[in-house]
Design a protein around this ligand. Structure first.
Ligand code: ASP
Ligand code: MG
Length: 395
């Protein structure tokens, strides 16, 4: 029996017909030695264009209909990929999430995978076909509705498939060659990282690394799926391996810098913090806005303050909705978080270095937040790049 590998190709690697054909050639050649499940994202910026379209016809597009719309993106990629493979003489078949048995809860736009029953995938693999799976989508067995997993969710589809089949590994293939110490577009000196632990990558993605969907790393850890993040170009194989054990003892070391570009602050007049959050959820439900990622919560005597982040389309929708609201006000400035993922965060050494590096450059920090693996600073959004550049010297 050939080993089973799940490969996920990101939207940038499938951006045009030529790119799809070159990924197909890579898949066809690898299918000689491996059984393959290939998970695809939507081509290039398709998902963003579909969101734009929705906003042009409706001020509050319903989340159910957004799922119907956005799942089209991955459906285009999967069918084209399958056509290209069959043309190369490599038998392939494409499936939507629901055909592949990806069962989710019944929420829309940010559904969680509850079970995978991939009968049709299994049958096709037995007949030696390459299975192409539309990422980012599933179906609720309760409502029978099509659902999506949140922006970037194809990674999570791939990990779920790898877990269901106990695959050899799950490869996340991109147009960048590895996970880097910082965004190479911001820091020229950023270096590729060869290996990471699940916890390190979870911390990095929670704090804004776009290289992978946070939930995919959480699931990979839970189900012990070996993850590899590497280039989709045919030759190289020196990406980042995510492993259970790393060959090291204790250390106090800075590993990687990540950031949430836009963090908004929302003040609620409600004193009861649980009610403040509930009210916000109700408001977002009413306006069909997906709930963003909560980063910080602060209770004061007469109000509650929340810091939130999310994809730019969600941030925009929130700003529009809260402009003139009776209970909620937006803080006037946008913030960013910059996070240094490290080992040895319980020692003050790294925190001290972060504070020194920032004060040397006179970069003012609003808040410092600690976690088991990182130090996060909250800064005014215009300072983000300078903060990233100055903290990268600690790596
Ligand atoms: N196409 C979706 C997005 O752009 C899902 C994904 O790429 O993983 O968010
Ligand atoms: Mg995409």
């Amino acid at each position: 029996m050939k080993p089973l590998i799940v490969q996920k190709y990101g939207g940038a690697t499938l951006a045009d017909p030529e790119k799809i054909k070159s990924v197909a050639a890579r898949v066809a050649s690898q299918s000689k030695e491996n059984s393959l499940i290939v998970v695809v994202s939507a081509m290039g910026k398709t998902t963003n264009s579909l969101i734009d379209l929705a906003n042009q016809v409706s001020a509050h597009p319903q989340r159910r209909e957004m799922d119907m719309l956005l799942t089209v993106g991955e459906r285009i990629s999967m069918s084209l990929m399958s056509m290209a493979l069959n043309d190369l003489g490599c038998p392939a078949i494409s499936f939507t999430g629901s055909q592949a048995g990806i069962f989710t809860d019944d929420s829309h736009v940010n559904a969680f995978i509850k079970d995978v029953k991939p009968m049709r995938v299994e049958e096709s693999l037995k007949t030696d076909k390459v299975v192409i799976l539309a990422g980012f989508q599933g179906v609720s067995p309760v409502t029978k509705e099509i659902t999506t997993l949140g922006r970037g969710g194809s990674d999570t589809s791939a990990v779920a498939m790898a877990a269901a089949f106990n695959a050899e590994r799950c490869e996340i293939l991109k147009d960048v060659p590895a996970v880097f110490t910082a965004d190479p577009n911001v820091v020229k000196a950023a270096k590729p990282i060869q290996e990471l632990s699940y916890d390190q990558l979870m911390d990095m993605t929670f704090w804004g690394a776009k290289v992978l969907h946070y939930r995919s790393v959480e699931l990979a850890k839970l189900r012990d799926v070996t993850l590899y993040i590497g280039p989709a170009s045919s030759k190289t194989s020196d990406g980042t391996l995510v492993k259970k054990g790393l060959n090291m003892f204790e250390s106090c070391k800075a590993l990687s810098l990540n950031s949430h570009e836009t963090v908004v602050g929302i003040l609620s007049k409600e004193k009861n913090p649980a009610k403040a959050l509930k009210d916000l959820q109700v408001l977002f439900d009413e306006k069909q806005i997906p709930f963003p990622q909560l980063l910080h919560y602060e209770m004061n005597l007469d109000k509650t303050e929340m810091l939130l982040t999310g994809p730019s389309e969600i941030i925009l929708a929130i700003k529009k909705e809260l402009q003139n609201h009776a209970q909620f006000t937006l803080l006037p400035t946008d913030f960013s978080t910059v996070t240094l993922t490290c080992t040895g965060a319980t020692s003050p050494e790294i925190t001290q270095k972060v504070l020194n590096a920032l004060s040397e450059k006179k970069l003012e920090t609003r808040k410092l937040m600690m976690s088991a693996m990182s130090v996060t600073v909250l800064v005014d959004a215009p300072l983000r790049k300078q903060v990233i550049e100055s903290l990268h010297q600690l790596i």
